[in-house]
Design a protein around this ligand. Sequence first.
Ligand code: ADP
Length: 254
Amino acid sequence: TDPRTEVGQVGAALNHMLHHVGDALARRQEGEERLRHFAADASHELRTPVATVRAHAELALRHGGPVPAEVRHSLERIQSETRRMTGLVDDLLLLARLDAGRPLAREPVDLTRLALDAISDAQAAAPGHRWLLDLPEEPVVVTGDEHRLHQVIANLLANARTHTPSGTEVTLSIDEMPCGTRELSVTDSGPGIPEDLVPEVFQRFTRADHHRSRAAGGTGLGLAIVLAVVQAHGGDVEVTSGPGRTSFHVTLPE
Ligand code: ADP
């Protein structure tokens, strides 16, 4: 046969295949888009009923008159679990919004002030830990979403608190690199993240000890949120961990 015919046939077959791949990709993108919207809608819809259940448990506890100890215990369980659920739903909603590429605020944010606030909150929540700050003399400012960046620091400090024993030293430091990149690090002297877990810590619902983490109020979404928020700012997060030292490094562009 004429090689030109063969080349033509191969070309036509390739074209056909590419067409199918294109179709499949478009369908998949549509599916992912729908899934992202579903996740955002579902978490949004869950907020109100959870808040209502929680409010009723609180009302019954406060104004329900004397109740048997078991009933009180049940109401308190409803209260604490719905509080946890509210946190979970809020975290899921935020992740769904970030997945959907919702734009964040873009305003000048003084990282040094956020760090001071976050450390004083941590100090109040866990006075048994040793909280240290290592800040440059000048304020370090980035362009971004103040509320979300505060959450990044708070989540990292919350982990340094809940996954380490009292007395652990935790240092929050901020640096401005010569290239203009801003670096924020949280380093603790705790037991470290189990080695096999390190590559997965930023995935959703990854936890070393499910029960202990739950009891500590964790949702397993803290680090997923840290990474998603930082990446939405054009930055990145790295972790190094071993016994006696765990360090999270966040880099952010100017
Ligand atoms: P959680 O709500 O469980 O804290 P995260 O996503 O914030 O969820 O963290 C995931 C897991 O990574 C934690 O459950 C814990 O096992 C581990 N981890 C995170 N930070 C630390 C830390 N500073 N020291 C030890 N383990 C940690």
